[in-house]
Unconditional design. Structure first.
Length: 446
């Protein structure tokens, strides 16, 4: 049954396929389709975030410029960047193959093995964090598939238009360009809308923490001088400035300088540390659905960590399925226009074999055959042990039987089991797959 289309495709074959979206600035390439502007960085507060959310959710004229500047700045946070990359790497680390009737199609696989494909998958996954991704496909001068990622600040995903300048309220319709693919995330504003406030809080908290360390983390030098001697004051200032950057106080003789420190300075430092850890934990939950796979916890146990890891893997599996749906359903028109025939085939993830799992599986199968005498089909054993069945399997099987009879002449006089009297009695063909156990009492002479 065909899965529902989660990523709507905007496609118009009647438009000119050679029309491409170009970008530039007011100085370089002023006639470009998109005129880029420098993003706003640093100095972003919670008021800016709330205003950006309201502008993005405006029903009549949605404006996401400020919001996407905040997103871009949020990803400068090392913790948020690392958890986002951790979730995406669970999909990007898998190998994808195109198969037709169960056989790999080399013509298609050559294209998806090129560098553009991995970049495209990462940009497609970013739709979950930014709300959407819009790309335009084309064939580059070397004959490979490539694409252009349209800057999100120049896109109105509600009216489906591309704006020349990011502050415009009108623009060109998606239908004006061929080979466009719109990839929408599950949430209209993306996951980064949930994490941005914690990045803002965290940055302010760390700034206050650094100020606390700067003021109270180093000893303060106190100098006294004769108020009636101006030269003494100048000499004291010269001496203080040449002895490092710690705080310095100059007091005339006869004055009193008193420092009032916080009641619990170590407790204040612990408060800042706890707040920072809490912000990181909230960001981890928003992206990965858990905290124990990224941070150690005093109360965390191995069982709880296993549960958290299952939650994270479930989210990664959803992302992986969304990528397959995108390739197998939404991109069929794009591949066809680019000269890549994907009709009658499908994109699948190549199953990676874990040697330890194969070893454990082989031990269990051997015990099932030799200890419990369970009948097993040879094809099943080849599949479970991840062994490729040889083309001349029947010939090799017959030679092994002849060799076995030659080594054990008593087997020639034994009558084969007649299953005709009991047709429901299964044949145990696995004895021909696993070798017989040694009959000697001593060690094998290898």
């Amino acid at each position: 049954m065909k899965l529902l289309n989660k990523f709507p495709t905007f496609w118009n074959r009647t438009r000119k396929p050679q029309q491409r979206i170009t970008e530039g600035s007011n100085v370089t390439r002023p006639g470009s389709t998109i005129i880029l502007s420098q993003p706003q960085r640093f100095g972003i507060g919670l008021d800016d975030y709330m205003t950006a959310i309201r502008n993005a959710e405006n029903v009549d004229f949605t404006q996401r410029v400020k919001l996407y500047d905040i997103y871009s700045e949020s990803l400068m946070d090392p913790h948020l960047f690392s958890v986002v990359q951790k979730r995406k790497s669970g999909v990007l680390g898998r190998k994808i193959e195109f198969r037709r009737n169960g056989v790999a199609d080399d013509k298609v696989n050559v294209q998806i093995s090129s560098p553009w494909f991995l970049r495209f998958l990462e940009d497609a996954l970013d739709a979950q964090y930014w709300g959407f991704t819009l790309v335009q496909f084309y064939i580059n001068e070397k004959g490979w598939i490539d694409y252009y990622l349209v800057p999100r600040k120049h896109i109105d995903p509600v009216l489906n238009i591309i704006k020349k300048r990011q502050s415009d309220v009108t623009g060109e319709s998606f239908d004006e360009y061929a080979d466009l693919l719109m990839i929408r995330g599950k949430e209209p504003l993306g996951i980064l809308a949930r994490t941005a406030p914690y990045v803002i809080y965290k940055r302010g908290t760390i700034g206050d923490w650094a100020q606390l360390a700067e003021i109270f983390g180093r000893p303060i030098r106190k100098y006294t001088y004769d108020a009636a001697d101006p030269e003494a004051r100048n000499a004291t200032l010269d001496a203080a400035s040449s002895q490092g950057g710690a705080s310095v106080f100059l007091c005339p003789d006869g004055t009193t300088l008193e420092f009032v420190e916080p009641g619990n300075l170590s407790g204040s430092s612990e408060m800042y540390s706890s707040l920072t850890d809490r912000y990181n934990a909230e960001m981890s939950k928003a992206v990965l659905g858990n905290t124990l796979t990224t941070e150690a916890s005093e109360t965390g146990t191995q069982a709880l960590g296993t549960v958290h890891n299952k939650v994270e893997q479930a989210l990664i599996e959803q992302d992986a399925l969304a990528i397959l749906n995108l390739l197998n359903y939404d991109m069929t028109d794009q591949f066809a226009a680019l000269g890549i025939n994907t009709a009658g085939g499908e994109f699948v993830y190549m199953e990676e074999v874990d040697p330890e799992q194969v070893k454990t599986r082989a031990e269990l199968l051997e015990k099932a055959v030799n200890a419990f005498n369970l009948p097993m089909d040879d094809d099943y054993l080849y599949e479970q042990l991840n062994i490729e069945r040889p083309d001349n399997y029947e010939q090799l099987k017959a030679e092994m039987e002849e060799k076995k009879k030659a080594e054990n002449p008593f087997a020639q006089t034994m009558q084969p089991l007649d299953n005709s009297k009991n047709p429901q009695q299964p044949q145990n063909r696995s004895h021909s797959f696993f070798a017989d156990a040694p009959h000697s009492d001593g060690a094998l002479d290898w």
